[in-house]
Design a binder for this molecule. Structure first.
Ligand code: GLP
Length: 241
């Protein structure tokens, strides 16, 4: 595990560098996209490089980590729409190139199984961007998630719903109670994991991620078993290392 401690703008550039290297070397690369605030500056940087340096995503495919269950198709916080607004619409990703778990499917379990097949059919994810929750969750794999889990339906913890209420006008009751999320084993199958964390609220989770024992109680600690992980953190998030 490579841990880089740097100011936030430098972290975004480093993550964008990793994506750019991959996509230039392999134009048909498969990216894993994360939501949340942590990767936003990375998406800004990739959009800038697309505009100014001709970085093209025309043949790239991308898979999202997770999705809320039940948010209406046009809800701005539906992760599908967030990813569209934050990155897909700002670069030249082809229509249909971004897939995510379908939180509006009639049969959620079948949607999860189909999603796993789609990732496998694409040859797996080359580079997965990740954030981390204050409780150590990655994607929506909350504490207690099986380290061997695959894409499935999960209940969100009170903590995560409170953390994410800021995206729902600070109304925790508006935050969905369930989600579909790639499992920890799904994420671990990606060939390179790039995790970003900023701010003091992430310090304990980052401490556990890097120095804690591997445990389902801090799901991100499973990354210690991955052969190629880059952890990009600012001073505040690194303050317990
Ligand atoms: C959500 C997402 C995670 C993300 C986490 C941290 O729960 N499902 O993928 O890593 O939030 O979010 P943020 O980056 O906004 O702190």
């Amino acid at each position: 595990m490579e841990v880089v401690i740097a100011p936030a703008p430098a972290l975004a550039r480093l993550a964008a560098d990793a994506v750019e290297r991959l996509v230039r070397a392999r134009p048909t690369a498969v990216l894993g996209l994360a939501t949340g605030s942590s990767p936003l500056a990375v998406y800004d940087e990739l959009a800038r490089r697309h505009r100014e340096d001709g970085l093209s995503f025309a043949r790239v495919r991308a898979f999202m980590l997770d999705e809320y269950v039940g948010l209406p198709a046009d809800h701005p916080q539906r992760y599908r729409n967030v990813i569209e607004a934050e990155i897909a619409s700002r670069v030249d990703l082809a229509p249909g190139a971004v897939l995510g778990p379908d939180g509006l499917a009639q049969d959620l379990a079948a949607a999860c199984a189909g999603y796993e097949r789609a990732i496998a059919d694409a040859g797996g994810v080359d580079l997965q961007l990740l954030g981390i929750g204050t409780d150590g969750h990655v994607a929506f794999n909350e504490p207690g998630s099986s380290l061997a889990s695959r894409t499935r339906i999960k209940t969100l913890t009170r903590q995560t719903r409170e953390d994410n209420a800021r995206f729902f006008d600070d109304d925790v009751t508006a935050v969905p109670t369930h989600c579909l999320t790639q499992g920890l084993a799904t994420i671990m199958a990606a060939r390179h994991l790039v995790l970003l964390a900023q701010g003091r609220s992430k310090a304990e989770a980052v401490h556990q991620l890097v120095e804690g024992p591997v445990s389902a109680l801090w799901p991100a600690t499973v990354l210690q078993h991955h052969p190629h992980v880059t952890v990009l953190v600012d001073d505040a998030a690194a303050s317990r290392l």
